[in-house]
Design a protein around this ligand. Structure first.
Ligand SMILES: *[C@@H]1O[C@H](CO)[C@@H](O)[C@H](O)[C@H]1NC(C)=O
Ligand SMILES: *[C@@H]1O[C@H](CO)[C@@H](O)[C@H](O)[C@H]1NC(C)=O
Ligand SMILES: *[C@@H]1O[C@H](CO)[C@@H](O)[C@H](O)[C@H]1NC(C)=O
Ligand SMILES: *[C@@H]1O[C@H](CO)[C@@H](O)[C@H](O)[C@H]1NC(C)=O
Length: 194
């Protein structure tokens, strides 16, 4: 017992305080390494989930820290994916740049709220059961890749797509679109693949 009295117990106590502080900083530090989305982008993701019919995004987790709920490990299945990627500036503020949700049996519509993500570059919603058409709101995005291959989209291919001049990849096949391919798509000067 005498070991736990006097100077050595104070030393022990002091050591424990240092150790707990260190552990606390480690834990909180790890969480602070990855920045957060601004509240309006989290809100946009909630709306996107609702519009798509995606029910399993866990909003208690940070969409940008690469946890498996928001970014499932890359498989070699070309017809399935579950990925949200962000770009983070100097570890504090993040923006969603990439959403790929392939082969998830999503049965809603293409989400108009995608246009509320200011940095979105890539959207891949291939092999689902999405219906309706490509929302007008998407005209204001700077999408580089848009794939909606293998859904239930109908109506005519919208002419405003010709105004998303950042597009390099446009995947529309295996839907129920009708009518002509709009001449406006000729304005897509960066297009590599249609
Ligand atoms: C969401 O994540 C939190 C934190 O890890 C966890 O406690 C909760 O059970 C998760 N919710 C669902 C529905 O998986
Ligand atoms: C998503 O993020 C991971 C980790 O930073 C990276 O390895 C991967 O290339 C990113 N994927 C895309 C398509 O941006
Ligand atoms: C598209 O399909 C829906 C049913 O899913 C139908 O109500 C609508 O009239 C169709 N629109 C066009 C333009 O074919
Ligand atoms: C494309 O953009 C031009 C110039 O801003 C505009 O006049 C036109 O209405 C747009 N086209 C469509 C189909 O929205």
């Amino acid at each position: 017992m005498s070991m736990m009295n006097g100077p050595s117990s104070r030393l022990f106590f002091f050591f424990m305080v240092i150790l707990s502080t260190f552990l606390f900083l480690q834990i909180t530090g790890i969480q602070a390494q990855v920045g957060l989305l601004p509240p309006n982008e989290v809100d946009a993701l909630r709306q996107i989930a609702k519009q798509l019919g995606k029910v399993d995004w866990n909003f208690s987790l940070n969409p940008c820290d690469g946890n498996p709920n928001w970014r499932s490990p890359w498989g070699n299945n070309a017809q399935y994916s579950n990925v949200v990627n962000c770009t983070c500036s100097s570890g504090d503020v993040c923006h969603v740049v990439y959403i790929s949700l392939k082969g998830q049996d999503l049965a809603g519509v293409l989400p108009p709220s995608l246009a509320k993500l200011p940095s979105i570059k890539i959207i891949d919603l291939s092999y689902n059961y999405l219906s309706g058409n490509i929302p007008n709101e998407w005209e204001s995005t700077n999408l580089e890749k848009l794939s909606v291959t293998g859904n239930r989209l109908n109506g005519s291919i919208p002419t405003f797509l010709g105004n998303i001049t950042t597009l390099g990849y446009l995947g529309l096949e295996n839907n129920m679109f009708s009518g002509k391919v709009p001449a406006e798509l000729g304005k897509l000067k960066n297009l590599n693949r249609l």
